[in-house]
Design a protein around this ligand. Structure first.
Ligand code: AOF
Ligand code: ZN
Length: 367
């Protein structure tokens, strides 16, 4: 029988190993859509030694549990498996992970968050319990849900999770009124450390959105630079009339151009771009989800972001504040026009100094 002290110790150990599983999962960020990033570590119940690690590298490849079980080999028997998402119970592109855990003789499974996929939805946990495995859920659940925000948004709401990233001066301006517009990395606003952080976010997000105005002014590349092993997000250009030049640097195979219905742009299609006609933002986001885009990073400046904000479609804000005073300039949002009492509340999930800039991350408060 456990005393209170030992119970706390066990919870502490569970959180310690789940944090390692989350770190494994993070290795797949930006690469797994439409699947979630998932990580797994297998721990010897006696010695507390990690005997297996794995993560889901991309859709179509084996799931995290399979890699971790392979890594552990015979040492999985009687061990504890820590998984960031409920093990699957269905035959998809791969066989069920719950079956693999049972076959390997794992004694206990600790899960961070349930799988909202209707094909799974609790049946993975049931399968494990029916096989006599001790199952515990909810360990570091909030972190896991955040890490899986894109997958969960696409499954539960049919649209990508939208992150508005911007950089402003201490007096709240993202760009001067003339000269340097809100450019690709807001280079003029923050220091190099903040810009490097943005590159990491590009690596981790499925797609990056800009408006055609930014595209025509800056001709941004919208690529990931300076990240080892980095990959480029898919550019998404909001361009109602199809004015994007096929020679723009962000136009490459897979680039999405969101237009009004009925716009034809054969030269863009020839350049490999995907035309996505939509009557409004909600329809555009549904279309992006169908293109397997789970996380969308808004870098397009105030005009595009204001459209999203007015439609209530910003899920997370990542704001850099640079220690500079500009004077007249553009603010990060121009709409909606609200009373202060109606201002959209954010739950702050991170405050950090990055180089000489301050980074504040906030999630839209539910409801
Ligand atoms: C897990 N571990 O590492 C992942 C899971 O088409 P499939 O076979 O790859 O199945 C995809 C679904 O499996 C996905 O929608 C989600 O519900 C679950 N993902 N599950 O146990 C993993 N990536
Ligand atoms: Zn699985």
């Amino acid at each position: 029988q456990l005393t209170d002290g030992q119970l706390t110790d066990k919870q502490f150990r569970d959180e310690h190993f789940m944090a390692q599983a989350l770190a494994q999962a993070a290795r797949g960020l930006g690469r797994t859509s439409p699947n979630p990033p998932v990580g797994c570590v297998i721990v010897d119940a006696g010695s507390g030694e990690v005997v297996g690690r794995g993560f889901h590298p991309r859709a179509g490849e084996p799931h995290a549990e399979v890699f971790a079980l392979r890594d552990a080999g015979e040492r999985a028997r009687g061990a504890i498996a820590y998984v960031t998402l409920e093990p699957c119970s269905h035959h998809g592109r791969t066989p069920p992970c719950a079956d693999a855990l049972i076959a390997a003789g794992v004694a206990r499974v600790v899960v961070a968050a349930g799988d909202p996929n209707p094909l799974v939805g609790g049946r993975g946990l049931e399968k494990l319990r029916a096989a006599g495995i001790a199952v515990q859920t909810g360990v570091l659940e909030a972190q896991a849900v955040r890490q899986q925000a894109g997958f969960r948004s696409r499954i539960l709401r049919g649209r990508p999770f939208v992150i508005y990233k911007y950089a402003m001066t201490l007096d709240g301006k993202v760009a001067a009124l003339r000269g340097d517009g809100a450019s690709e990395a807001n280079g003029a606003v923050t220091g190099p450390e903040a810009r490097a952080r943005v590159m990491r976010w590009r690596d981790e997000c499925d797609a990056i959105a800009v408006g055609v105005g930014t595209l025509l002014t800056d001709d941004p590349q919208l690529t990931t630079r300076g990240v080892e092993g980095g990959r480029d997000p898919r550019p998404v250009i909001f361009d109602r009339q199809g004015r994007t030049p096929p020679t723009a640097r962000a136009v490459r195979p897979g680039t999405v151009i969101v237009t009004a219905p009925g716009v034809s742009a054969p030269a863009l299609a020839e350049a490999g771009a995907v035309l996505l006609p939509a009557v409004d933002l909600a329809e555009a986001l549904r279309g992006l989800a169908e293109l397997d885009i789970s996380t969308l990073l808004l870098e397009g400046g105030p005009t595009l972001a204001s459209m999203f904000a007015a439609a209530g479609l910003i899920d997370e804000v990542r704001a850099f504040i640079a220690p500079k005073l500009l004077g007249a300039g553009l603010s990060p949002l121009t709409s909606p026009q609200r009373l202060m009492a109606e201002a959209g509340g954010l739950e702050v999930v991170g405050v950090e100094q990055v180089g000489s800039d301050l980074l504040i991350q906030g999630l839209r408060a539910e409801g």
